[in-house]
Design a protein around this ligand. Structure first.
Ligand code: BG6
Length: 487
């Protein structure tokens, strides 16, 4: 069935890395699937590194095609996809060029989506130039992260964009919110009466949220060195995951009900006490090491990174939420590059039984735990204790598994595909509202400030490990450890 939501999708940064790896492949997948994009929908790429449409299409063939459909490209779908693409050469430093864009889109149908896959320094000039040629009407604007560098710069961008576009027209992307398993977290929590009564301080001892990467900074050394893991991953992805794990049940799934509840969590985060920061925050930087048998260089020798850089590539935090549901429950957040594995997961450690008639082993860890694996291999695993077969009452840790790819063999959608379809169809729930973003910056900023003021270098860790030992010591203070340390 064909959707009737016609659109003109204008892609700024049309020859950039994000367009190449994520945005154009996601649009292609939606096109290939059929029925998701209106036939009349057009993509208008804006760039200055191509002379004309022919050259741009050649670039798309060379650079985008390798990133689509791992199982081979459907050639017929690919050529009909290319027919959707128009091209406008614009020098973004030259606002007069926007008249060319206005002329290119004026007769195209449907809602206009302006996707700013550019650096944040261009957000405001592009919005102003769009307004100067009247293109802010009947339009949605998509802003990629990072949106600013701190609260002040993010407010400056939001204020300026807010003068041109209403909040309902602004789609701030956090691609983690588009991931299928993150959606599933909502289904798990609010679709099952089983978990919700246990989802609180009386039954939960601690929660871990990890986003670990094997990759280093790739070709983004320059950007990353001015950013660091706290801004790149914690301020957005990790705090968004935390807010979904910890939020109260929303009254409905409409965009503001969900975002209101997430906001309440962000506002209830216990402020970090600068005097105590060493106990609740660990920052690290990778040195040379090996990932799966391959030697990898130190962060400080990566292209674009300053040799004496003190930027963190690893962060672990202990976070508390000051409300009735979560008071006193530590949430341990962790992210890092060049770690031992690529994994994103949420570990809910429930409290042990208060008294064991079955002997001490019934009190031990390895049971009473829910592990929600977001990637790779989306799985929900519930650890319990069971009796080992045979004589006597010997207990062993066992698990119940729900592996999503086995249960639902098809229909999985990449995060960008879902989010782009949401923009085209005007669904805001999976986009970050301004007040959420501000609350996240407000909480993160004292950590950034304290790290800067103390001028201490990050703790070293060898690439291919799980980060600095201090991250384990932080959990040990609470009588617990990271999940992989138990296995
Ligand atoms: C991005 C960060 O937002 O998320 C990158 O800027 C990071 O540094 C990436 O590698 C991780 O996303 P994913 O989907 O690969 O887990």
């Amino acid at each position: 069935m064909e959707t009737d939501s016609s659109f003109t999708f204008v892609l700024f940064g049309g020859t950039g890395d994000l367009s190449m790896r994520k945005i154009l492949p996601a649009l292609f997948e939606a096109h290939r699937a059929g029925g998701m994009l209106a036939d009349s929908g057009k993509i208008v790429a804006v760039a200055r590194h191509a002379a004309d449409r022919g050259e741009y299409i050649q670039w798309v063939n060379e650079h985008v095609k390798p990133h689509v459909s791992k199982n081979g490209v459907d050639e017929a779908a690919w050529s009909s996809f290319l027919e959707r693409i128009e091209f406008v050469k614009i020098d973004l430093g030259n606002p007069e060029d926007f008249a060319l864009l206005r002329d290119a889109v004026k007769d195209l149908p449907g809602i206009r989506v302006f996707y700013l896959a550019t650096g944040p320094s261009l957000f405001v000039p592009i919005c102003r130039a769009l307004a100067s040629v009247g293109l802010n009407e009947n339009a949605r604007i998509v802003l990629e992260k990072p949106l600013g560098y701190d609260l002040k710069s993010s407010n400056a961008i939001n204020d300026a964009v807010g003068e041109i576009f209403a909040e309902e027209q602004i789609y701030r992307i956090d691609h983690y919110l588009g991931k299928e398993p993150v959606q599933n977290l909502l289904a798990l929590r609010f679709g099952n009466a089983l978990f919700e009564p246990l989802w609180r301080r009386e039954w939960v001892e601690s929660i871990q949220i990890t986003i670990a990467e094997e990759l280093g900074v790739e070709a983004r050394g320059d950007f990353y060195d001015n950013t660091g893991a706290l801004r790149d991953m914690v301020q957005n992805h990790l705090l968004q995951l935390l807010s979904i794990v910890a939020m109260e049940p929303p009254h409905s799934m409409d965009s503001d009900s969900v975002r209101d509840e997430k906001l309440r969590v962000l506002r209830a985060l216990k402020p970090i006490d600068p005097l105590n920061i060493g106990k609740v925050a660990v920052r690290g930087q990778y040195h040379a090491g090996g990932i799966r048998g391959t030697a990898v260089p130190a962060y400080a020798t990566e292209p674009g990174v300053k040799p004496n850089s003190t930027t963190e590539t690893f962060v672990a935090l202990k976070v508390e939420i000051e409300n009735w549901r979560w008071a006193g429950v530590p949430f341990f957040l962790r992210t890092g590059k060049r770690l031992a594995d690529r994994v994103a997961e949420i570990v809910v450690n429930f409290r042990a039984v208060p008294h064991s008639a079955l002997g001490v082993s019934a009190l031990r860890a390895g049971a009473n735990r829910l592990v929600i694996r977001l990637q790779p291999n989306e799985t929900i695993r519930l650890y319990c204790l069971a009796k080992q077969p045979g004589e006597g009452m010997n207990l062993a840790s066992v698990h119940l598994d729900l592996a999503f790819d086995q249960f639902f063999r098809e229909g999985q959608m990449e995060a960008y595909q879902r989010l782009l379809l949401d923009v085209i169809n005007g669904r805001l729930a999976l986009f970050v509202r301004r007040d959420e973003q501000e609350a996240a910056w407000r909480w993160v900023e004292p950590i950034l400030n304290e790290w800067k003021a103390s001028n201490k270098p990050p703790k070293p860790y060898a690439a291919g490990t799980w980060g600095p030992a201090a991250a384990s010591a932080m959990l040990a203070q609470h009588g617990t450890c990271w999940l992989e340390e138990e296995n």
